[in-house]
Design a protein around this ligand. Structure first.
Ligand code: SF4
Length: 292
């Protein structure tokens, strides 16, 4: 018998059912308070932010991308339930945790916090903490915790993504929080053997958390709010911004589509972006009409 059968069937069979369902049911998500900007776009390519504001045409949704997002959504829900149970061990004087808390930072931008904890301090005052939950692939998770292979060890962790810190920071400002906690969850575990070699706890194989100092999250949040507000004002005046995003350190970085083909692969606005070309350009007439 030949080995032909070992080649998987192409897409479109039973296994595709979930992906096709997700594609069919996918709808653009409105912002929490109907604002043009959203917290989840922290650090995003400016051009992409502008297209989103203008409601530019998008490529059809990717079933594979929606599948990964769906796993993240399911994990978010079970993580939030578990946090609800654990919270009193960590903050014995908490007066409660709320999940999916919507807030509006300015008239231009809004979003929802994964969690907001309120803690009562010894002097009777209250402190609020913004919780941010992120799910990710194993490679990214290992980089964040500084896990290196051969020999297995922890060295020079990158820490959570700037976008996660900034988003948590915007949620913190929008909800009068003093503190920010970012939690990362890997979609695949570091192997048992490698974790033992690196001296990790079993839980460290899939999750990590960081208390982010205010002097880190607040300046990031303020600077990015100013950048995105400027993008919005530019759009209102009829201009699309240049293709610039924030890098891993929170610095502005040009998204040269030839040097960063990945941005093209993953961006829903790639066709519009390629049509409009690089640099600061006028909002095309097709999008102006859409705006009216
Ligand atoms: S294709 Fe790249 S440069 Fe263009 S809008 Fe999308 S992310 Fe930005």
């Amino acid at each position: 018998m030949s080995d032909e059968w070992k080649y998987p069937q192409r897409a479109g069979g039973l296994a595709s059912a979930l992906l096709e369902k997700l594609e069919r049911e996918n709808k653009p998500k409105p912002t929490a308070f109907g604002t043009p900007l959203r917290y989840s776009s922290f650090g995003e390519c400016g051009r992409k932010v502008a297209y989103s504001v203008l409601g530019a045409p998008q490529r059809p949704a990717s079933g594979a991308g929606l599948y990964v997002m769906q796993i993240g959504t399911i994990l978010h829900e079970v993580i939030q339930q578990a946090i609800n149970w654990k919270i009193t061990q960590i903050w014995p004087h908490n007066t409660g945790v709320e999940f999916e808390v919507a807030s509006k930072l300015t008239d231009d931008i809004s979003g929802s916090a994964d969690g907001i904890v309120t803690v009562e301090l010894a002097d009777g005052t209250k402190k609020r903490i913004s919780l941010e939950i992120k799910t990710m692939g194993g490679v990214k998770f290992k980089q964040q915790i500084g896990f290196k292979d051969r020999p297995a060890r922890i060295v020079e962790p990158k820490g959570p993504a700037i976008s996660a810190i900034g988003q948590a920071g915007w949620n913190a400002l929008g909800n009068d929080c003093e503190e920010v906690v970012v939690m990362s969850f890997a979609l695949e575990a570091i192997s048992v053997g490698k974790a033992i070699e690196a001296g990790l706890h079993d839980h460290d194989r899939v999750c990590a958390e960081w208390f982010i100092p205010r002097e880190v999250w607040e300046p990031l949040a303020d600077k990015e709010l100013a950048r995105q507000t400027e993008i919005l004002r530019g759009v209102e005046e009829g201009f699309l911004p240049d293709r610039i995003a924030l890098d891993d350190h929170g610095n502005e970085e040009a998204r040269d589509t030839e040097r960063h083909p990945l941005c093209l692969n993953y961006c829903d606005f790639r066709d519009q972006c390629l049509d409009d070309g690089p640099g600061i350009v006028a909002v095309p007439v097709s999008l102006t009409k859409k705006e009216q």
